[in-house]
Design a protein around this ligand. Structure first.
Ligand code: ARG
Length: 267
């Protein structure tokens, strides 16, 4: 009698297990069959102080817009992701990546060797140069002219490194760091700084709307490019690279470059 009970119990247990297994299986195959899977949301970290890469145009609304935002949306659309943007100071972006608080960073960020120790980068999607911006009447047009001046740079940027390099090269100047580019422009315009070093692609926009400012490209410096940054070993790097390559080939990248940087080249 006891033995029979045992057989029944084991039988029941097996039946339950099989039922569970088959339920799971049918769920899986349902997903694979392409039922509308909810799209995964990727969090993009950026520093929205950087027109035309990423900024808020308060005349147009409160959204972060720009070249990088368009690139992110295009790539996400192609890969079937949603994008949520997190704005923070530029100097905090690498940490946000390594602590995986964001899935990727699009912030006009240059893939330097130092940063590559902590994060991975996509291919470069746009190149730029360093520029010294000063008051139009300042006579500052080369690094030597920075002797005895106050020079502003963005904290954590490669322009901060550049300024320190010039200083170490023997030009006696004071290097001051701030978090946001519009603040640097303000300090320069008000005369508290003599010059700032930023990227030409960003400087050009400010030069157009500020006649009291002038810019001079830094001579003999290696080009600085922008790339997407990812946490180390993220699978997204490869996926993004495929789409970036596509965008360069199908004309989408040129279209966006024209849209965001092309105004002054329109005849
Ligand atoms: N390309 C420079 C760098 O990587 C500056 C980038 C600043 N980006 C920004 N969104 N503020 O250091």
């Amino acid at each position: 009698m006891k033995k029979n009970w045992l057989v029944i119990m084991v039988g029941l247990l097996l039946a339950v297990l099989v039922a569970c297994g088959s339920t799971n299986e049918s769920n899986d195959s349902g997903g694979e069959a392409g039922e509308s899977e909810s799209e995964k949301t990727l969090v993009m970290g950026t520093s929205a102080d950087y027109p035309p890469f990423e900024y808020i145009d308060s005349a147009k609304g409160e959204d972060i817009i720009g070249f990088d935002v368009d690139i992110a949306n295009y790539i996400a659309e192609e890969l079937g992701y949603n994008v949520e943007i997190k704005d923070m100071d530029f100097s905090g972006l690498i940490t946000a990546l390594s602590s995986e608080r964001v899935d990727f960073v699009l912030a006009g960020m240059t893939p330097t060797e130092e940063r590559k120790e902590n994060v991975d980068f996509s291919e470069i999607y746009y190149t730029a140069n360093h520029m010294i911006v000063s008051k139009a009447d300042s006579n500052i047009s080369a690094p030597e002219d920075l002797e005895g001046t106050k020079v502003g740079v963005q904290l954590g940027s490669i322009q901060e490194d550049k300024a320190n390099e010039i200083k170490e090269g023997g030009v006696d100047m004071e290097v001051i760091t701030l978090n946001r580019i519009p603040e640097l422009i303000q300090e320069l315009k008000s005369g508290r700084y003599d010059a700032i070093i930023i990227e030409d692609t960003v400087a050009n926009g400010y030069l157009e709307s500020n006649e009291d400012l002038a810019g001079e490209k830094l001579p003999n410096t290696e080009e600085a490019g922008s790339a997407v940054a990812f946490p180390k070993d993220s699978e997204l790097t490869e996926e993004f690279n495929t789409v970036i390559k596509e965008m360069k080939e199908n004309g989408k990248m040129d279209e966006l470059i024209e849209k965001w940087f092309g105004q002054d080249t329109v005849e």
